[in-house]
Each structure stands twice: as structure tokens, then as C-alpha cells.
Design a protein around this ligand. Structure first.
Ligand code: MG
Length: 281
């Protein structure tokens, strides 16, 4: 496959991505997929979806786990509802993440990913150890399926993320780097963060955002690629300096406006294509 193939974040019946038909119309060679709802993760559906992918000529590079009850309404709500951090849902979601790994295997996908949630920055916090343990469990399950696990960036500072990866201590644990999330959550400057965690970055989201007035206390604003504070050219140049050669997967989280979502992703494809040329990829 070419270096830096462009991709889009796609959804079947869960998550905020575009429909497969849209990915197809946009003629992208790769995609990330939000795992479909539990009831539709059947072997029959996997087979059917694979056939559609083949027909569309799209390679699935990452399957993202997501769960019922998660809400990204505001930062405190994320903290309360997202990922494997909340105690009430942790056991069920850990089990579900293993099932998502099995489903991804049926789709021939070697990478699963997720937002873990807000892992405490203090390693002595009991919650830290609890999340560490379930992350190891998911890694080990993925390993048996021949897969790596990528953690989505944003909810931790780069330093805290590095510490966590070190402590989980699994050779199939890597990072899906989303530069916009660092701005949205106010956890760090995206390019600086990318340099710090770069050796673990095996996939990425091309997403843009503007800083909030009070970063970390309120959301930044997600905006079309190239219109935010990430600095896409610098982002790509940094990826290049790190030797990154995976897909550039566009994420634009406005499924409530599908026509606009498609148009803006179209522009993002154009922007990335131009930047790749400029950089000499
Ligand atoms: Mg993302």
C-alpha cells in the first residue's frame, strides 16, 4: 500500500462516522470503523460487510470500540461515562471489548482501538491500577487474536499516557494519535505531544479543533480540517520525521449533518492530498 493512504472514520449503526456508502463515494482507500452495536456483531454481518469493503476497494485498518451509555456532551460527562474507567460498567465493557476484538478478527482487522476514558494521572490512585489491569486483559485477548490495541489520545497529558503505556507493559499496546482531542480536552499542544509519544503512534485521526477559552474546563470546538489550531502541515511533517507510514484517517464528528459532513471530508481529502504532495509523499 502507498505511504499515508487517506481514510475516513466510518460507522455502520453506532458511532459518529460516515456511512460506508459515503466512504465509497469519496473514493478513499482505507477506513477506521466504529464497532457496530452488540446485536449486529454477527458472523453473517461480518461476512456481508467484508464483501462490501472488497467491492468498494477499501481496506479496514482499525476497529474502534464504543459502548452504550457513553456521552461526549461535556468534559465531566466524558469522565463519568466513557471507556473502561467508570466502575459500574467496567466489567461488562471489558467483556464487550473482547467481543469487539473477535468481531474485528472476523473482518480480518489487525488493530482494535478505544477511548479508555479519564485514567487518573496519579499512579497511586486505586482507579489507576484497576484500569491498568483491564487494559492488560484486553491487550492479552487482542494478542490471542493477532491484534494490537491502540489507545486514542486526548484525555491524558502525553506524560501521563507514556507512564500508563509503560506500566501496562504489553508489546501490542500502541497509540491512535488524534491531535484535535488534545485541544478539545485541553491536555497539551498537539505537535509537542506527538513528538513525545511518537514512538508509539501506529494510527492517527486527521481532525482539527480550536482551543477553548478555559482549556480543560470546557470543550474546545471541533472544526473542519485545516481551519483549527492543530496546524496540519506541521502535524504531517512531524509524522514524517517520526517515520510514520500508516493511513491518514479523517474524522469529522457531525453525523447530525450528513451532507455537510461529506462535503467537509471531501475538502479534507483535498487538503491532505495537497499537503502530501508539498511534503513530497
Ligand atoms: Mg479520534
Amino acid at each position: 500500500m502507498e505511504k499515508w493512504p487517506i481514510g475516513v472514520f466510518t460507522s455502520i449503526d453506532a458511532g459518529l462516522g460516515v456511512k460506508l456508502e459515503v466512504a465509497r463515494e469519496l473514493k478513499v482507500p482505507t477506513m477506521h470503523l466504529h464497532a457496530p452495536a452488540q446485536s449486529t456483531r454477527t458472523p453473517e454481518n461480518a461476512k456481508e460487510f467484508l464483501a462490501k469493503l472488497k467491492e468498494a476497494g477499501i481496506t479496514l485498518t482499525v476497529v474502534f470500540g464504543g459502548f452504550e451509555g457513553e456521552s461526549y456532551a461535556d468534559i465531566p460527562t466524558v469522565s463519568r461515562t466513557v471507556g473502561l474507567v467508570p466502575r459500574e460498567t467496567r466489567a461488562a465493557r471489558t467483556q464487550e471489548m473482547k467481543e469487539i476484538s473477535d468481531f474485528a478478527k472476523l473482518l480480518g482487522c489487525r488493530v482494535i482501538a478505544l477511548h479508555l476514558g479519564f485514567v487518573p494521572h496519579d499512579a497511586k490512585d486505586p482507579l489507576y491500577g484497576e484500569v491498568l489491569k483491564v487494559t492488560q486483559e484486553v491487550c492479552d485477548h487482542a494478542k490471542r487474536n493477532g491484534q494490537n490495541l491502540h489507545l486514542e489520545t486526548g484525555q491524558e497529558t502525553p506524560e501521563a499516557l507514556l507512564q500508563f503505556l509503560h506500566d501496562v507493559n504489553r508489546d501490542n499496546l500502541f497509540i491512535n494519535f488524534d491531535p484535535a482531542n488534545l485541544i478539545l480536552y485541553g491536555t497539551g499542544k498537539p505537535i509537542d505531544a506527538l513528538k513525545k509519544v511518537g514512538r508509539y503512534v501506529r494510527s492517527c485521526h486527521c481532525k482539527d479543533a480550536k482551543w477553548a477559552t478555559w482549556p480543560g474546563k470546557e470543550w474546545g470546538q471541533e472544526v473542519p480540517l485545516g481551519q483549527g489550531d492543530v496546524g496540519m502541515e506541521q502535524f504531517l511533517r512531524t509524522l514524517q520525521s517520526l517515520g510514520y507510514d500508516g493511513p491518514l484517517t479523517i474524522e469529522r464528528e457531525i453525523p447530525q449533518e450528513p451532507a455537510r459532513q461529506k462535503a467537509e471530508i471531501g475538502h479534507a481529502i483535498q487538503l491532505l492530498t495537497e499537503l502530501k504532495k508539498k511534503i513530497g509523499i
